[in-house]
Design a protein around this ligand. Sequence first.
Ligand code: PLP
Length: 398
Amino acid sequence: MTSINKQTQCATAGRIAPLGGHTRTASVPVYQASTILFDSVAQLNAAHASYAQGSESYTYGRKGTPTSLALCEALAQIEGGFAAFLAPSGLAAIGVALLSQLSAGDHLLMVDSAYSPTRTLCDGLLKRMGVSTTYYDPLIGAAIEDLVLPNTRVIFMESPGSLTFEVQDVPAICRVAQTRSIKTMIDNTWATGLFFNAFAHGVDIVIQAVTKYLGGHSDVMMGAVICNQACHRSVRTAAHDLGQFAGSGDVALVLRGIRTLSVRLREHEKNALAIAQWFEQQPQVLRVLHPALASHPQHALWQRDFTGSSGLFSVEFQPHYAESAINHMVEQYAHFGIGYSWGGFESLALPVHQSHLQHIRSHAPPKNCLVRYQIGLEHVDDLITDLAQGLSLLEKMP
Ligand SMILES: Cc1ncc(COP(=O)(O)O)c(C=O)c1O
């Protein structure tokens, strides 16, 4: 098949024929189903046998409906992978990916700048299951070789880190992994397959917190594990054995979300870059942690490997501002909600204080107060007016 642009994929991917062969619709019908009915026992057995052999035939709601498989097909296409599996949250998808490759006695290399619940999973449940974890510096690149143990099975990446925005040398890490038969995974939620083609850079398994840009409207929780062909069997087994699935109503919301993904992402990118550049000029700001800015320490890596930037970045404020002053500034914003999530249509601000960064051991995290901004789809002038008022308030605070 001739390759098509990501923008076209967003509009067309996963528009597969529905179950019964009735009139086709542009949007995939919502099969609100647990039970799949068969005309005969022979038909049921045939569907089960084909499922057992690895094809995604319809046998039972949890194992896939035309609605969920449409989304799986779309996600696999957009990320550039072989197959995709759904989970009820991004964190659940991270769990599926890790459990698909790790067993008792194995060793995991986890990036130190990872989303903190990913660390909790490693330090708690995985440890209890007999999996040991070493945290590595996100800037390690090919030197990750020095940390590989005889029992290292997985290297997990998140690039850029979603609080501190270090960009990893993914191809260099994947090259090391490939020579040692270690599986690589990446949390690609920040860039999505539109801005970072993880599989083309050598990654085996991609995780998406679909909750963020793919859903895009802050009304759904979902995750996905997308894998290459070599990992298909192991990821499928883990996802199905753990009973991972997403309900049809949520799946329909995400199918709707991805139709506008490319348009939304470009707008998030444009607004976020304008605001990041504006922040760089403000005296209250020490530095802006946004990989698409020339001032970012790994800007060259970002330029080499990414095709765009999304709407999430952090601002580090000058050392003399107290946490309470930063909190107060954020509370005064008119257009920025205070909240943990990101990737939706609305702008958000999240103060990130030293206590949030304490666990980072392998490299030097920012030393001063940060605010992580999710830049939404509001008009950029209104957002800058709001942020400027916030800075003048900050100036006046003791
Ligand atoms: C980088 C990253 N990965 C994964 C997740 C988890 O996604 P979810 O909230 O859907 O479990 C988040 C959530 O904030 C995130 O920021």
